[in-house]
Ligand binder design. Structure first.
Ligand code: AMP
Length: 520
């Protein structure tokens, strides 16, 4: 059987891990680093590079350096978060024909899947170098809160990179798997995962080798980059007060400020004050202007106060969904680089009333868990079973914009559910099945995942036809929907790909293009 690798495809950094000799291990990349920045840099020509080298060129070449692409996976150009990013990103976003957000570099447009595929390719090559053989299969992790379109987009990225994605695993579940696999203990654990772009909190029970996720919650739009942003805004304001200059439209200056903000934020996790020095940030009539200031940890905490407060509600929701109190939790695992911030650790301790577990490396836990899952699929790991859940309710739109849920949130996957619906008008021979995901009782407030028609229903009085709609969620959390007229047996079905999925043709083109460009 061919080897399967585990990949943590992070917003900021990615990790590749495998089972070797029965144990999950992280593989160092060609530069010798165990994590690889999820950054893709283009040269003026056809060449591109991934990782540290790409991150390094961000300052001199911001428009050709793509980072944080995970936030755009499966997202619409006009969706609030894509819009928000468009206004702030150093590189250019364009709307493709379906309204999806694509990246424009060197006059060419790339889907977020294609950019992610380059990061995945680097991970694939790292594993190939290690084993000296071609690798074609992977387990990839995603935030638990990723919706259907985002999961599909991740699978497509894998395909473009030449990897069959054997399983999509939720990041917090993977972290728990790594923890449980190494400790071998039965426990009820919370995984608190705050990375560069997203926040997830999950509650799991590990018992006798069975890992069951009992609740999950989070915020898809809260992560380290938001913390960097508040620091960056503060620096812009200080510079404006000092010099009277507004440099918020200067891309190169912004990139330097963004980097300085992130470095200061990270340093303030271990030291109480840090100097920020950015010489020659701008030039005016009086000559070059510099930024120089001392930032203390308490100022950082003040700037980030609201962001830290936003962490609490999802934690409360997960506990209430799981029907447990903090006293019933055995351990809290911290995952994601942002959990190194002391104010965040204090917040976690206040919410869960216990000090977080320190034994696992927050940067590697998810990747190691992906490797454990790849070992389960590949047969190297036999004693572990993983039961994951779906993060949001799934249902269809019915009369008066009501949302009729077929599958409730936190249902263990894979799962199946059916419900019978009927027509609202006499002689109606067509029904439109409009599939939504979310928690609102109004369908239009939930995310539209896809639509299809069931036609040819024999004309009868309103309320007489019986249309059975079935939802089937597979182990990747991807939804298959079917509708059948129970009288005639007429049926229609779709795999939900949202509107952000690439067409088969686009996928093939992207796959060929990914192979043709040089990777350094
Ligand atoms: P991840 O997506 O898990 O790789 O998390 C990356 C995020 O963690 C980025 O926003 C980093 O700036 C942040 N991060 C990494 N190290 C630290 C640190 N020591 N203190 C605070 N934030 C950190």
């Amino acid at each position: 059987m061919s080897r399967i690798i585990g990949i943590d495809l992070g917003t900021t950094n990615s990790v590749v891990a495998v089972i070797d000799g029965g144990e999950p291990i992280v593989l160092p990349n060609s530069e010798g680093a165990r994590t690889t920045p999820s950054v893709v840099g283009f040269t003026e020509g056809e060449e591109l590079f991934v990782g540290q080298q790409a991150k390094r060129q961000a300052i001199i070449n911001p428009e050709r350096t793509v980072s944080g692409i995970k936030r755009l996976m499966g997202r619409k150009y006009r969706a609030p978060e894509a819009q928000h990013l468009r206004e702030r990103l150093p590189y250019r976003l364009v709307e493709n024909i379906n309204g999806d957000a694509w990246v424009s570099v060197n006059g060419r447009n790339f889907s977020p899947q294609e950019i992610s595929a380059q990061v995945l390719r680097k991970m694939k090559v790292t594993a190939e170098d290690y084993f000296g053989e071609e690798i074609t299969e992977a387990v990839i992790t995603v935030p638990a809160y990723f919706d259907d379109a985002q999961r599909q987009a991740t699978k497509e990225a894998g395909q473009i990179a030449g990897l069959t994605v054997r399983r999509i695993v939720n990041e917090p579940t993977a972290a728990a798997l790594a923890y449980g696999y190494s400790s071998g203990k039965d426990a009820r654990i919370v995984v608190f995962d705050l990375g560069g772009g997203t926040f997830d909190v999950s509650i799991l029970e590990c018992s006798g080798g069975v890992f069951e996720v009992i609740a999950t919650s989070g915020d898809n739009n809260l992560g380290g980059e938001d913390f960097d942003r508040v620091v960056l805004d503060y620096l812009l304001e200080v510079f404006r007060k000092d010099t009277g200059l507004d440099i918020s439209a200067d891309k190169m200056a912004l990139q330097r400020l963004r980097e300085a903000a992130e470095i200061a934020k990270c340093e303030l996790s271990t030291i109480s004050d840090t100097n920020i020095n950015l010489p020659f940030l701008a030039v005016d009539d009086t000559g070059p202007r510099h930024l120089s200031l001392l930032m203390g940890r308490s100022l950082l905490n003040d700037l980030c106060f609201e962001l830290i407060e936003r962490l609490e509600a999802p934690c409360r929701k997960a506990m209430s969904d799981a029907g447990i109190t903090p006293e019933e939790i055995d351990d809290v695992l911290l995952v994601g680089g942002m959990t190194r911030m002391p104010a965040i650790q204090r917040k976690v301790e206040a919410i869960f009333k216990r000090a977080p577990h320190k034994g696992i490396n927050p940067d590697e836990a998810v990747g190691l868990g992906a490797a454990v899952q790849s070992g389960i699929l590949g047969g190297e790991v036999r004693e572990v079973v993983l039961l994951d859940v779906t993060p949001m309710a799934l249902g269809i739109r019915v009369e008066n914009d009501r949302f009729s849920a077929l599958i409730e949130r936190n249902s263990t996957i894979p799962t199946r559910a059916s419900k019978v619906f009927t027509t609202t008008q006499d002689d109606q021979d067509l029904v439109t099945i409009s599939v939504h995901q979310g928690e609102s009782s109004r369908a239009s407030e939930n995310r539209l995942l896809g639509m299809f028609n069931l036609t040819g229903i024999p004309r009868r009085k309103a309320g007489e036809p019986r249309v059975e709609v079935s939802f089937d969620i597979d182990t990747d959390g991807i939804l298959h929907v079917s509708a059948v007229d129970t009288k005639t047996g007429l049926s229609q079905s779709i795999v939900i790909t949202g509107h952000s999925g690439l067409s088969q043709e686009e996928l093939e083109r992207a796959t060929a293009r990914a192979r043709s460009v040089g990777l350094r």
